[in-house]
Design a protein around this ligand. Structure first.
Ligand SMILES: NC(=O)c1ccc[n+]([C@@H]2O[C@H](COP(=O)([O-])OP(=O)(O)OC[C@H]3O[C@@H](n4cnc5c(N)ncnc54)[C@H](O)[C@@H]3O)[C@@H](O)[C@H]2O)c1
Length: 383
């Protein structure tokens, strides 16, 4: 057995909720004859999800997100009759080509992560029975440019209170801090960590950053969330006021260009920058590359950029989603993804079996699914 296969076995053993759903899928085959397109990071926990969809009768075609595909795992899945497109080296143009291939396969059910595939399917071709959307950034697209235009149901997994509390807050918080430590080996005690965004992910990053000993400041434009950060015990500040103070800056906003080149030029020498948001545009990396006088790799996942004013910053993982893009990082804890992917599996089953019970366009996870998964997780935690 290969190392990756043994790793997958270990991960699967720690995902009891989804394994239970998988046993039911294997018996009932809810996806018989259906093609399921899965657009999500190809790593061991997602492999457990795609395997149970295959065991439930689906032809599964999977595509990772830019820079996060585990190539060894992709090969293993391909040997198990799961089609995987792309690899870790994919850039924007190859990723667009893979998305077009996925759309051309006319999937019956879609699991999307960022709404790019949903956008393509709305623009042309046959519509699927329905889709799920995993993330906040995809939900922004569904409620913004795609509002009123999606002629099939889309269950927004990210809107489940379970996912927000368990995954975005605790899962992302823990794994982002662990990954920054992994990439830098830096001590966080007494370091000033500036967290941009106090949504679900930012709350967790601030919480686990504080637990690691950092002195955390939060930058958040929403007054209610800023108040929440303050009463949770964090300094609330403006980015401009933190530039000279911050040692580590972490973005978790879902917005574009939150840290600009001008901001970076005002930071302390060797300030560390990382992004936890879905897209690699929260920190203006393109502008930084254009402006930099020199760029030096400082370890596998850190690049030092020297700016025209002589100041330098250290960017982790080129501004990609840090908790997945850093080499050796493993994303959210296994048990947390057991919950998130159980919501996915049951929502995909609902779309396959009973799409008429759902309305068109974006909607929350059906309440009975939230309830069933929450009960299962509490039962597992109390064992
Ligand atoms: N790294 C991961 O594993 C992971 C997991 C889930 C979600 N995400 C991504 O993380 C991002 C945030 O997700 P979330 O669930 O926390 O979203 P959220 O909507 O709960 O929070 C985003 C927060 O950012 C704030 N914000 C917006 N613009 C800002 C700015 N310029 N400066 C400071 N704050 C700003 C908003 O007011 C909001 O409070 C999204 O891109 C999401 O897709 C990443």
């Amino acid at each position: 057995m290969s190392d990756i296969a043994r790793q997958l076995d270990f991960v699967s053993d720690h995902m009891p909720i989804i394994r239970g759903i998988g046993r039911r899928f294997a018996a009932g085959r809810p996806f018989d004859g259906l093609t399921v397109a899965v657009r999500i990071h190809v790593e061991p926990k997602t492999a457990v999800l795609v395997r149970i969809l295959r065991d439930g009768g689906a032809r599964v075609i999977a595509l990772g997100n830019k820079g996060t595909t585990n190539d060894e795992l992709a090969e293993l899945l391909q040997r198990e009759d799961i089609e995987v497109l792309g690899d870790r080296a994919d850039d924007d143009s190859t990723m667009q080509a893979h998305l077009a291939t996925l759309a051309a396969a006319t999937p019956d059910v879609v699991l999307d992560n960022g709404a790019e595939l949903i956008e393509m399917l709305v623009a042309g071709g046959e519509h699927p029975r329905g889709a799920t959307e995993e993330t906040t950034s995809g939900a922004f697209t569904l409620r913004g440019p795609l509002k009123g235009k999606v002629p099939f149901p889309v269950i927004v997994i990210n809107d489940s209170p379970l996912k927000a509390i368990v995954e975005n807050k605790h899962g992302v918080g823990q794994s982002v801090i662990e990954t920054i430590r992994l990439a830098t080996n830096a001590l966080l005690q007494r370091r000033r960590m500036v967290v941009l965004g106090y949504g679900w992910c930012g709350r967790g990053i601030a919480l686990y950053g504080k637990a690691a000993g950092a002195d955390v400041a939060v930058v958040e434009p929403d007054a209610v969330k800023a108040l929440e950060a303050a009463i949770d015990g964090f300094a609330v500040s403006e980015l401009e006021d933190e530039l000279e103070r911050g040692d580590v800056f972490v973005t978790a906003t879902g917005a574009v260009g939150v840290i600009t080149v001008d901001h970076m030029a005002g930071m302390k020498d060797n300030a560390l920058l990382a992004n936890a948001g879905h897209f690699d545009t929260e920190i203006d990396v393109v502008g930084l590359r254009d402006a930099a006088e020199s760029v030096t790799a400082r370890g596998a996942d850190i690049r030092q950029y020297v700016l025209p004013n002589g100041r330098s910053i250290d960017l982790i993982a080129e501004g990609k989603m840090v908790n997945l893009a850093v080499g050796g990082s493993r994303g959210n804890s296994i048990e947390i993804m057991d919950l998130g992917f159980s919501l996915q599996a049951l929502s995909l089953e609902r779309l396959a079996r009973d799409p008429a019970s759902l309305s068109l366009g974006d909607q929350p996870v059906p309440a009975d699914i939230d309830d069933a998964v929450a009960r299962a997780m509490v039962a597992e935690m109390m064992k």
